[in-house]
Design a protein around this ligand. Structure first.
Ligand code: NAD
Length: 337
């Protein structure tokens, strides 16, 4: 394939006020791209990152007209917008999660209509069949394990349906769509409070809050023995860009294969913080699947690449950022422009 992208070709990133979108805009701008349109439903002052020289728009992309406005003149679209969060959010907001189908459907239609050449969709490890994630010593998930389908109720079904929609736009209309299945992305400049945060940010926040309050224990969701792999944001952005530059149209895992229990994740954060707390296990809290890890055989074969940042290193940077947000006197957010 390989149509090369000039630095003044317009790239659109949706969900750019969010965690991954904000980092992706930064990486593309840093790589010299001068025509970037960043779009999010949030007002600009609520974006995690704002980058100078980037056209930044507030639009609700559930509507087709907004998607047309977002896509006009673009050569590439990265669609990262969706109404999502960690387990505490997706297990209790299934309607909101399912309604993100409007965003991807309308963005696909509008981008194809506008003559966009490449379209990226951010899917999730939540598409994988529940029956393959029943034990902590789970076999890493290969891309083929999404079928027969039995994904996460709500959020996972929407992601799987939207993946298939991308495939049909490719097969029926030749629209060049790309799909990544992200596995638990974490890092600075993302959600760490408010109910949508995921385990690495939530655990960092709890440990920092306990330190600041002089508390002795922290609450842990579940028994702490559920397993996950966590992917640092820099790996996520690099993998996303490599996929978009490739001719691989089947969904690919973008996920670490460094499997840890939640208890081990807490050990790592406690070691970074130089503290130790008693753990109160809340067995009735949302827990998600029992075990989940990325199998990176296919991504290595197709892209010659896989995530490489060690959890300890990525968590040190994440912890420090959250610590700053919780302790800096002026404002809670780093300002970029
Ligand atoms: P995020 O919540 O930080 O970013 C998503 C952004 O989409 C938010 O800023 C939100 O305001 C925006 N959005 C929601 N509804 C919108 C609408 N109607 N119109 C325009 N913008 C809208 O989440 P993230 O972690 O950056 O995730 C980005 C993408 O990656 C999402 O599609 C998510 O499902 C997917 N993903 C993320 C992870 C992860 O671990 N973070 C894992 C798997 C998949």
């Amino acid at each position: 394939m390989g149509t090369s992208l000039a630095t003044d070709d317009l790239i659109v990133i949706t969900g750019a006020g969010g965690f991954i979108g904000g980092h992706l805009v930064g990486a593309l701008a840093g790589a010299g791209h001068r025509a970037i349109r960043a779009v999010d439903i949030k007002p600009l002052d609520a974006w995690y990152q704002r980058h100078p020289g980037v056209e930044s728009l507030t639009l609700d992309l559930r509507g087709i007209d907004a998607c047309r406005q977002a896509s006009a003149g673009a050569r590439q679209v990265y669609n990262l917008a969706s109404d999502m969060g960690g387990m505490g959010f997706i297990e209790t907001h299934k309607v909101e999660c399912m309604l993100s189908v409007l965003i991807n459907t309308h963005m696909l239609m509008a981008a194809h209509e506008a003559g966009v050449e490449r379209y990226f969709y951010s899917s999730s490890a939540c598409v994988y069949a529940a029956g393959k994630q029943l034990t902590p010593d789970v076999a890493p998930l290969k891309e083929a394990d999404a079928y027969p389908a039995m994904p996460e109720d709500g959020y996972g079904w929407e992601k799987l349906f939207s993946e298939r929609m991308c495939r049909h736009f490719l097969e029926d209309d030749g629209f060049q769509t790309y799909v990544a299945r992200y596995h638990n992305i974490y890092g600075p400049d993302g959600t760490f409070e408010g109910g949508r945060e995921k385990a690495p940010a939530a655990i960092s926040r709890k440990i920092i809050a306990a330190q600041l309050a002089g508390a002795r224990e922290i609450e842990v969701w579940g028994d702490g023995e559920q397993t996950r792999s966590f992917t640092y944001i820099d790996d996520c952005v690099e993998g996303t860009r490599k996929l978009m530059a490739s001719d691989v149209h089947e969904p690919l895992n973008i996920g670490s294969d460094e499997l840890v229990t939640i208890n081990q994740l807490i050990d790592i954060v406690e070691e970074i913080a130089g503290v130790r707390f008693a753990r109160k296990y809340n067995l009735s809290a949302p827990k998600g699947v029992r075990g989940r890890c990325s199998d990176n055989t296919l991504v290595k074969q197709k892209l010659g690449w896989a995530p490489s940042v060690r959890l300890r290193d990525g968590m040190a940077r994440t912890y420090q950022w959250i610590y700053d947000q919780m302790t800096l006197p002026a404002g809670r957010r780093r300002v970029y422009s």
